[in-house]
Design a protein around this ligand. Structure first.
Ligand SMILES: [Ca+2]
Ligand SMILES: [Ca+2]
Ligand SMILES: [Ca+2]
Ligand SMILES: [Ca+2]
Ligand SMILES: [Zn+2]
Length: 423
């Protein structure tokens, strides 16, 4: 009886899914992958992995009261995945909200770690400072980093508040993984460097390298089989493409490192930096349906957008209508989808800059500066966000957790695949 009603449910869901699929035409438009613009190449020098490693050791020795450096594990090529914790009483796990900032899931997206190194430097410098009149106009902290010309002098954010930095560190546990994929950074290459051995690993010799780490997170892993075209199944299961998702969820050392960190720490908000496009997205990423926290996501997103002037992608590429198919580019294996889906963390993807590679120094520094403001803002918002999550949770949403659950779906798909195989 139970099995029957399970199958009926599955059939109803499947029919709905198929109808949705037929209604919506699709195109492959991962602008994360296309277009390299070298027109503004004037040679900004980004950190390298060795330089960053040396810097982080140096900083943590000189600021051991507020910065702790640890390794979350090693990559295939033996590089450490560094974790920087910034907080007062940094060696203790305090009862303060956690904010997780990540860069360089994709090794060829250099601004994504540069903004975080800049943030670490800036925060450490300001923490023990008195409030300073940075622009020498006689007023102190009259124009904080919020994207607005608070004092109306024609310059924006020219006299930030040192106190604000102190408050952020004193009330938040800030966790930063500047380079999730240091091997990729070393090769200026999107994926990691784990060798692949042909389809299903059957070859003796290496046939290609790497997994797209931002497709390797294990949330809604099997949904891609329902709408192969919409989720670009052909691409994400082909080891030679830039979006190869790996043989199984969390097959990679880097995603395992993030996973075990998140499972053992409390995090309320997370930003994962990428480039490019100057826009921000948030879950769901396997469906254009809203999460139960759409209101809260939008509220935080809009406030960040005031600071960085980036476009907050609210409806994805299909306008106001909602469908089961992907909200934006169909990436169920992204870190944000998993962070939110599995851990209720309000997680955003931040696409920095207008070009890749961005080499024009003023643009790089502009991104760094704006995101000091953005990062401080999320630290402030994290103070209340757990209460807001309860307050703003929208009641019934058939595609949120519970009804259309990951387990139900996974079970259905594995049964389905099993049947096909045994035919
Ligand atoms: Ca001033
Ligand atoms: Ca100041
Ligand atoms: Ca001003
Ligand atoms: Ca301002
Ligand atoms: Zn990326």
């Amino acid at each position: 009886m139970q099995a029957n009603s399970f199958h009926q449910k599955v059939i109803v869901i499947l029919v709905c899914l198929l109808l949705t699929s037929i209604i919506i035409p699709l195109s492959y438009a991962d602008d994360d992958l296309l277009k390299i613009d070298t027109s503004t190449n004037n040679g900004y020098e980004y950190y390298t992995y060795p330089k960053m490693t040396a810097l982080l050791h140096n900083l943590s020795e000189n600021h051991s009261d507020i910065m702790a450096l640890s390794s979350l594990g090693k990559t295939y090529e033996g590089r450490d995945i560094w974790m920087v914790k910034l907080s007062d009483n940094v060696d203790i796990d305090e009862d303060e909200p956690g904010v997780l900032l990540m860069g360089a899931h994709h090794g060829n997206e250099k601004p994504s770690y540069e903004v975080l190194i800049f943030f670490i430097n800036y925060v450490l410098e300001c923490y023990s400072m008195d409030n300073v009149d940075n622009d020498g106009d006689g007023l102190v902290n009259e124009d904080v980093i919020d994207g607005i010309d608070n004092d109306n002098d024609g310059e924006i954010d020219e006299d930030p508040s040192e106190e604000r930095v102190r408050n952020a560190l004193d009330s938040t546990q800030i966790y930063i993984i500047p380079m999730v994929n240091p091997d990729g950074v070393a090769y200026d290459w999107r994926k990691n460097r784990e060798p692949n051995y042909g389809a299903d690993g059957t070859n003796d010799e290496i046939t290609s390298y790497g997994v797209d780490l931002n497709r390797n997170y294990g949330y809604m892993w099997n949904i891609v089989y329902l709408f192969p075209e919409n989720y670009f199944l052909e691409y994400i299961t082909n080891e030679e493409t830039w979006v190869y998702r790996g043989e199984e969820p969390f097959s990679e050392k880097e995603t395992q490192a993030v996973k075990s960190f998140v499972e053992t720490h409390d995090v309320s908000i997370s930003l994962s930096y990428h480039d490019y496009g100057e826009f921000m997205i948030f879950p769901w990423m396997h469906t254009s349906r809203h999460t139960p926290h759409e209101t809260l996501f939008r509220s935080i997103g809009r406030n960040m957008s005031k600071i960085n002037k980036y476009d907050l992608k609210i409806y994805g590429q299909y306008g106001e209508r909602e469908y089961l198919i992907p909200r934006y580019q169909g990436t169920p294996g992204s870190s944000e989808n998993w962070l939110y889906g599995e851990h209720d963390i309000l997680a955003f993807t931040m696409e920095l800059c207008r070009h890749r590679p961005e080499r024009y120094e003023p643009y790089v520094l502009d991104a760094c500066w704006k995101h000091v403001g953005v990062n401080l803002y999320v630290c402030e918002r994290a103070q209340t966000v757990e209460e807001e999550k309860l307050e703003f949770e929208e009641s019934f949403n058939p595609f949120s957790k519970g009804f259309f659950s990951q387990n139900l779906l996974s079970e259905f798909i594995s049964n389905y695949l099993h049947q096909i195989k045994n035919k």
